[in-house]
Design a protein around this ligand. Sequence first.
Ligand code: PHE
Length: 463
Amino acid sequence: METPQNDRGQFGNLGFVLAAAGSAVGLGNIWKFPYITYDNGGGSFVLIYLLSVLLVGAPIMIAEITIGRSTQRSPVGAFLKLGRPAWSTIGWLGITTGFVILSYYCVVAGWTVHYFLKCLAWSFNGFTQTDAATLGDQFGDFVSNGKLQILYHGLFMAFTVTVVVFGVQRGIERATKTLMPILFVILILLVINSTRTPGFREAIVFLFKPTSIGSDGVLEAVGHSFFTLSLGMGAMITYGSYMSKRQSVPKSAITVSALDTLIALMACVIMFSIIFSVPAAERGSQFSQSLAILFTTLPKMFYSLPGGAVLSPIFYTLVAFAALTSTISLLEVVTSFFIDQLRWPRRVATVLVGLLIFSFGILSGLSQGSVSALSEWTPIGDKSTGVFDTLDYLASNWFLPVGGFFIAIFVGWFLAGSFTRKETEEGHGHFALHNLWRVTLRFASPAAIGWVIYAVILGKKFN
Ligand code: PHE
């Protein structure tokens, strides 16, 4: 029996796959993917996104897990162990990215709790017919209410800290083992329900029938594959460091990538079936705020559906669970640095890091209209407006692709082939695609990411 290094903890059977899938499946799948798919016209965007998961996402996922499992350290320590000290910059970038993403992600996660409570109240008290414009105003009022933003953001951070404090098996593994199956069951129920809506057929056609797509859409698809698979910032390195050597890295990575993709597509089917159930003529006005669709359009549409009063709180529970299993992984990346490198006790590290990120996140929470200096801050020209938007822009368009690029280069060019073969075959047996995987990491993945970074430099925005 192997013993994990300094009792860092280790995932049991299925623990790794569920935790990693929990990290990957989140607001990126349920909130972001449907609206960017809608904005980009469906079919072709989905196809390019699928290709990107296969060509860039899955190979880098295998690379990250391999780095983590072979070193049994969190990102900074892992690079220090495998390469020259300068490589640990990628680890530092990962920790910074985790800190930044969690600070604003937690704010949106808080919105899902608010909408869950709101739908629950509607379920009990009856739904007062509200038009889309009013729902939009309500959403606007909510996000510009600074006190409520801080409250829900704090609440969600408290949930996250509560899980992470208990450590790898008793915290992360137990929470994801409970939440992920529930999430999956709710999703299946909602998809079954979609098949009975008048918009189902149109939703499927929209999702899978190739259409025309511009280069912006292609870039957005590639960029999103990083965000949705939690790649480029060391989340999979960190979780990989808790993976048992008896499990297969390639199989786990493929399973997680496939589950994440499946769930993103299921989320699209659910949402588009609801949206397309509204007569086409009325759709435009209802769907104006694509970014806020989850919180403005959906509540109204739920209530025009039979069974909506029951379905809507269930739906927001699902979104909140998905977000929680992602915030857990973001917090773990930052916390594990203090535990591994600085030898802090987990409890102290988690609470302190949670408080720090919460405090920083207040800036994002207040930048949705409540404090105009924060809401109108434009440090990088017209690319983003406000703290929230700016942080998301920096993380999605810069930090994740840059991190992913160097991870691919590191594993593809700097780690010896004999080493990666040994590490990927441990717990797997003969890895027939090993050489193909390495060639992908050496050429295809960096080329695709390089193109994305080049486009960002030219000023294209794809988040
Ligand atoms: N993958 C998560 C989502 O789709 C977001 C995330 C990004 C989580 C990076 C961890 C690390 O919502």
